[in-house]
Ligand binder design. Sequence first.
Ligand code: NAD
Ligand code: TYD
Length: 352
Amino acid sequence: MILVTGGAGFIGGNFVLDWLANPHAEGVVNLDKLTYAGNLATLQSLSADDRHIFVQGDIGDYELVLSLLKKHAIRAVVNFAAESHVDRSIHGPGDFIQTNVLGTFNLLEAVRAFWSDLSEEGKQQFRFLHVSTDEVYGSLSATDPAFSETNPYEPNSPYSASKAASDHLVRAWHHTYGLPVLTTNCSNNYGPYHFPEKLIPLVILNALAGKPLPIYGDGQQIRDWLYVKDHCSAIRRVLEAGKLGETYNVGGWNEKPNLDVVHTICSILDSLRPKADGTSYATQITYVKDRPGHDRRYAIDATKLERELGWKPAETFETGIQKTVQWYLDNQEWTEGVLSGSYRDWVKKQYS
Ligand code: NAD
Ligand code: TYD
């Protein structure tokens, strides 16, 4: 079996669903703390699949992790578990240090204890894949080349600093203890089951609810966008064939200013779900105060992953965003479940 951490979150949930869609795949032990971002409704279609074992718990719980590794004879760990939202990290960095830094440390220690006791063959076959972000590289100017794996780390937010710290721990556990690790640094994901605190789902749901579409600052900040299923296929490929100790950048070759992303969503909604009064959803765009320390541009050079492992994204931004908007229109039950009291508290704190 494999151990997936954070598999009730956005990317981890998509990963588990895609992994188990293959009838020949190994089973998944899914360890998730079920913070505000974890949602078992994402995994509902697996309720009758005995290849999926869900365990509510913390990656920082050394004893729990070690017992799961032993009990299920785990052969690979894919670590998605993290606090993941930049704006929340600005309001309260403590949880980010706790999970992303200390949690990863405890997870690595439990994995190291388990791995050290394996046979020589078991040791060689074992993998620890750490899922990270392009935000560790800092911010680019309009003319800088895209981030490659050799860029220095220059994290600017509490979120990216905590992820950078976890990447360094993973690297050190390979160099010092020989733990067979792989790291992926990916750009902004979007797609089904995305929690609506992040730009794309927030804009889709606010648009449909007739609420303002908040643009931070001038809306000209650039992100590279990757459809979540493409991120999942990249992780599967790196897990299967990545070189131990290496890092792989994952990106969609889709750099877009935020304002363009929001206009694209509005025009898709204008055609799929026209407003009764005949106006465009774009009339709901509202400029709000900028995020402190807001990184101007991220761009990913994913040529290493293509050259060495033959991975390329299947979706363009245009095809992926169309599917995403359609998914939110078709799955209002999932989103209604997410828009709970704690979510409303967050929106009030962030946007009032
Ligand atoms: P998410 O916030 O949607 O999900 C995180 C999941 O981790 C949740 O289910 C949560 O309950 C769980 N979790 C949090 N703390 C935990 C703990 N201490 N122990 C166990 N589980 C815990 O995040 P996401 O967007 O799915 O991101 C997953 C990973 O991918 C993160 O490591 C993130 O840094 C990385 N990443 C995200 C993006 C993106 O665009 N979303 C891009 C690149 C990399
Ligand atoms: P986000 O989805 O939070 O991802 P990240 O900060 O990890 O890149 O934000 C994507 C971009 O959209 C980022 O530049 C901030 C901006 N943004 C807004 O303009 N308005 C919003 O309400 C949100 C949530 C984000």
